[in-house]
Design a protein around this ligand. Structure first.
Ligand SMILES: N[C@@H](CCC(=O)N[C@@H](CS)C(=O)NCC(=O)O)C(=O)O
Length: 213
């Protein structure tokens, strides 16, 4: 059986959400972060050699990395739903946003997080240019969501599942004011109203309200 190992308030909420959207049978096992370091506990680290969330296990298969897990579940359990294929007019956009989420957006949010933790008040030119990437990312997303309802274009896809975390939960760790971004805020409200998303958050992180505004 597919088992989703969810670390509290982490990128593994994507996987719970995907399973709810696909209505695939899965078992959810929840792990709390270390209260001091906020890192994964030893039993989570032991699941996979890299030790970060998410991890799924499935009849002897152990898989890490959000994007790989999402592709795996869609192909193996989801009948290809929420993934676009090469014959779809939105295929290139689908690929771009699916990969942009963790390839570029999350690293720029991580820079913000690290700078906050280090308490740096006068960023170096390198840090400043890395942080400017974050500004560019939000401006680009705002433009995109002003012209299409979902990241890939016409329909809800796994690109939305990849992109939501940096727009919501990641802002708990690296705050960003969304007041200049009306299209992003409208999108978050739309996604937040999806029953599968609401079920996923209630199961994955009971009592947590992801920032949707
Ligand atoms: N690119 C990885 C990122 C994994 C990652 O950094 N996960 C964080 C949670 S959001 C984590 O496991 N943190 C706890 C730790 O490093 O101990 C993925 O998407 O799977």
């Amino acid at each position: 059986m597919l088992v989703v190992h969810h670390l509290g308030i982490s990128q593994s909420d994507r996987i719970v959400w995907l399973c709810e959207e696909l209505a695939v049978p899965y078992q959810l096992i929840r792990y709390e972060r270390d209260p001091v370091t906020r890192l994964a506990p030893p039993e989570y680290r032991a699941l996979h050699p890299f030790g970060t969330a998410p991890v799924v296990t499935d009849d002897g298969t152990v898989l890490g990395e959000s994007g790989a897990i999402i592709e795996y579940i869609i192909a193996k359990h989801g009948g290809g739903r929420f993934a676009l294929t090469a014959d779809d007019a939105d295929f290139a956009e689908y690929l771009f946003w699916f990969h942009f989420a963790n390839g570029s957006m999350m690293p720029s949010s991580m820079v913000d997080l690290v700078v906050r933790i280090m308490g740096e008040t006068a960023p170096t030119a390198v840090v400043a240019s890395l942080r400017e990437r974050g500004d560019r990312a939000f401006a680009m997303i705002e433009r995109r969501l002003g012209s299409v309802p979902y990241f890939a274009g016409r329909e809800f896809t796994a690109a939305d599942i990849m992109m939501l975390f940096p727009l919501t939960t990641m802002r708990v760790f690296a705050p960003r004011d969304l007041s200049p971004f009306a299209n992003i805020r409208a999108y978050l409200q739309r996604i937040g109203a999806r029953p599968a998303y609401q079920r996923a958050i209630a199961k994955a992180d009971p009592g947590f309200t992801p920032p949707l505004s």
